[in-house]
Design a binder for this molecule. Structure first.
Ligand code: ZN
Ligand code: ZN
Length: 362
């Protein structure tokens, strides 16, 4: 693979005297650009990605860079380069898996050069009333989670002396595996099969968690549901998801909020929409009424001659803005009822009224 290679510095678009930081920057930018997922596995991009990765493998190491500067290309320059830590450093775990295949049980979920394992995120739902959504509420809710086992403090053993160091990985929880890939042999890290990443061997497993270090229980949590929350919004509570036992990082808990619909109000952004039915006479003559709002009943004044569809706006009686302090408005749509039936006296009066205004009637 040595014949038509481009100079590594040229590949990364850096000068021969550039710093390691500049090399990293250049590589990060190019790797993003030629990310196999971004380019839908386009073979040309894949070639580019190979080329820049190889250049990076050599130039990011002081020793190899010196060797390259003195002697030029050589296959063993980039062999045994640990791409797993490079990609996790750059947050490219996904690329790593696409290109090199993940080790048994994955093992790059820990992120940024951190070998600690992380429990899964979990989800739950809770229902709040329309009014609670408007003003916010502190709520206690129950959820099921894999929590660290308190009986063995997450160690997974009945007693401390039941724990031995794993012979397979020497306690590291990870083993280095050399893989053949398109750029030669690279060293990748895989979770140890024998101890599944814990680095420990347990002779007498804890009975409560069966040696897992974590077990499934129901827990309660108090959450502050903020004012202005919407139906379907998700709240994240960091670190309240599943545990994988001692030394692991908890996943997160996601709470989906369900807002019960109100029997007469609707929500429009931060505004509350309501309706009031008045009679023809009330619309013509005006009326003082009590309107229900989120804050309780409020006096409103319907002026004489109010038309159907008139909107009465009660300022700052709506929802509190999510993560804000301002409130939306309470908007009342006025509906005017025309009487379906009239008794004889009412009819006479209306006929008299219409004749007075020279209106044509039946
Ligand atoms: Zn092991
Ligand atoms: Zn236990």
């Amino acid at each position: 693979m040595a014949e038509t290679k481009r100079d590594y510095y040229e590949v990364l678009g850096v000068t021969r005297t550039c710093t390691v930081i500049e090399i990293k920057k250049a590589y990060r930018k190019l790797a993003r650009q030629y990310h196999p997922d971004v380019n839908n596995g386009d073979p040309q991009s894949e070639e580019q990605f190979k080329e820049i990765s190889e250049a990076y493998a050599v130039l990011s190491s002081d020793d190899k860079r010196q060797q390259y500067d003195r002697f030029g290309f050589s296959n063993n320059l980039f062999e045994d380069f640990d791409f797993s830590s490079t990609f996790s450093e750059f947050g490219f775990g996904d690329i790593f898996n696409t290109f090199f295949g993940s080790g048994s049980g994955g093992g790059f979920g820990g992120g940024r050069g951190n070998a600690r394992s992380r429990g899964a995120d979990i989800g739950t739902e809770t229902e709040v009333s329309f009014k609670e959504a408007a003003f916010g509420i502190k709520k206690e809710l129950e959820y099921a989670v894999d929590d660290i086992c308190e009986k063995c403090s997450g160690k997974g053993a009945e007693n401390d002396d039941d724990i031995e160091t794993c012979g397979q990985c020497g306690g590291a929880g990870k083993v280095r595996v050399t893989r053949q890939t398109f750029i030669g042999n690279v060293i990748t890290t895989a979770t140890c099969d024998s101890c599944r990443g814990s680095g420990k061997k347990i002779n007498n497993p804890c009975r409560q968690c069966r040696g897992q270090g974590h077990y499934h229980i129901k827990k309660k949590i108090k959450v502050d549901i903020p004012a202005g929350i919407h139906d379907g919004d998700r709240m994240r509570v960091a670190g309240k998801g599943n545990s994988l036992g001692r030394g692991s990082i908890n996943g997160d808990l996601f709470i989906t909020i369900r807002v019960t619909p109100h029997k007469s109000f609707k929500r429009d952004g931060d505004d509350v929409l309501a309706e009031i039915n008045i009679s023809f006479a009330q619309a013509a003559l005006g009326v003082k009424l009590e309107a229900e709002t989120l804050d309780g009943p409020e006096r409103i004044n319907i002026k004489p001659g109010t038309q159907p569809g008139t909107k009465i706006v009660l300022r700052s009686r709506g929802f509190v803005q999510l993560n804000g302090y301002r409130r939306g408005n309470h908007i009342i749509n006025i509906k005017v009822n025309i009487p379906l039936r009239l008794n004889r006296k009412e009819k006479e009066m209306l006929v008299h009224y219409a004749e007075g205004r020279k209106e044509q009637i039946n």
